[in-house]
Design a protein around this ligand. Structure first.
Ligand SMILES: NC(=O)c1ccc[n+]([C@@H]2O[C@H](COP(=O)([O-])OP(=O)(O)OC[C@H]3O[C@@H](n4cnc5c(N)ncnc54)[C@H](OP(=O)(O)O)[C@@H]3O)[C@@H](O)[C@H]2O)c1
Length: 272
């Protein structure tokens, strides 16, 4: 899927996620002049960026209805922002929302003229251009708009499309919340190393670099995670001894299944 960037784009909410997206788009060739940023308290860096690339920041007059409207505000800000947003979403505008828990129906209720809505769920590594977003399109989204949304979301990493909106809750439970699970794995590895006699700071450095390095290897390799694991596990060796604990009786598998399930259920509860 590849498409042109929209000829006009309004980004509402240029915080961590919205700001990272804007930087990604500009890096991928979006003309700054095509962008209007609306954010009541933009950071100094955001103000400087807009000035440098010729993007309009908080114009006095409301901008014309754009080809794409990207919502990067916090979900709890949606009601307060709705009066500003509603006139910007025309019947032909592609609306891309990254608001956790806000359904397409919810967005349509706040943006009465909007028809084409893409709801997506990015994750924290988007802030370093290495996120993965799950996305779902309302039936009114055209093929061209879907390609455009794909390109916009790829500004901060990979994109996976799902056909049913309910699956966004499962995406949230896995990749949305997943970075925190991995951070906790680092904490657990570090504590375990300490328990085996390593100084705390050394254990933390070892744990952190291990997860970073394994992640980079996964990123660069064509091999599956399973093959990478098997390749590093000699029969009767140390890794095999460790994995016997982790994998025996599917110990970690069950724990992770319960973890993702709880997050998915909570995402469903919060949606609306
Ligand atoms: N961070 C993540 O890992 C992550 C992951 C998945 C999804 N998301 C979603 O991404 C969205 C943004 O999260 P974030 O972490 O980037 O939050 P953030 O850094 O707080 O950014 C939100 C921005 O919106 C601005 N804003 C508030 N009210 C506004 C209004 N009425 N009009 C225009 N701008 C307004 C905020 O300004 P002030 O600072 O002045 O309030 C802030 O700059 C959320 O909906 C979240 O669900 C985030």
């Amino acid at each position: 899927m590849s498409a042109d960037f929209p000829s006009s784009l309004v980004l509402v909410g240029a915080g961590k996620m919205g700001g990272a997206m804007l930087e990604g788009w500009l890096g991928a060739g979006l003309e700054g002049r095509a962008v209007t940023v609306i954010d009541p308290l933009p950071s100094d860096a955001m103000s400087a960026l807009c000035k440098r690339v010729g993007a309009s920041l908080n114009p006095k007059e409301p901008p014309a209805v754009p080809e794409a409207l990207v919502l990067g505000i916090k979900p709890q800000m949606l009601d307060a922002a709705a009066p500003t947003l509603a006139p910007l979403a025309g019947p032909n505008t592609l609306v891309v929302s990254i608001l956790a828990g806000k359904t397409i129906a919810n967005l349509k209720a706040r943006l009465p003229n909007a028809r084409a809505i893409v709801r997506s769920m990015p994750n924290l590594p988007a802030s370093v251009g290495r996120g993965i977003s799950g996305a779902v399109a309302s039936p009114e989204v055209t093929d061209r708009q879907k390609s455009m949304a794909d390109r916009l979301l790829k500004g901060v990493g990979l994109v996976e499309w799902v056909d049913h909106e309910d699956l966004i809750d499962a995406v949230t439970g896995l990749s949305g919340s997943g970075p925190a699970y991995v951070f906790h794995l680092v904490e657990c590895l570090a504590k375990a190393g300490e328990a085996e006699g390593l100084p705390a700071d050394l254990a933390l450095r070892l744990a952190r670099a291990t997860v970073e390095g394994a992640g980079e290897l996964l990123h660069r390799s064509d091999l599956s995670a399973e093959t990478l694991r098997q390749n590093v596990t000699s029969p009767g060796g140390t890794t095999a001894a460790g994995l016997t604990v982790l994998m025996g009786n599917e110990a970690l598998e069950k724990l992770i299944a319960g973890t993702v399930h709880a997050a998915r259920r909570r995402a469903a509860e919060l949606s609306g």
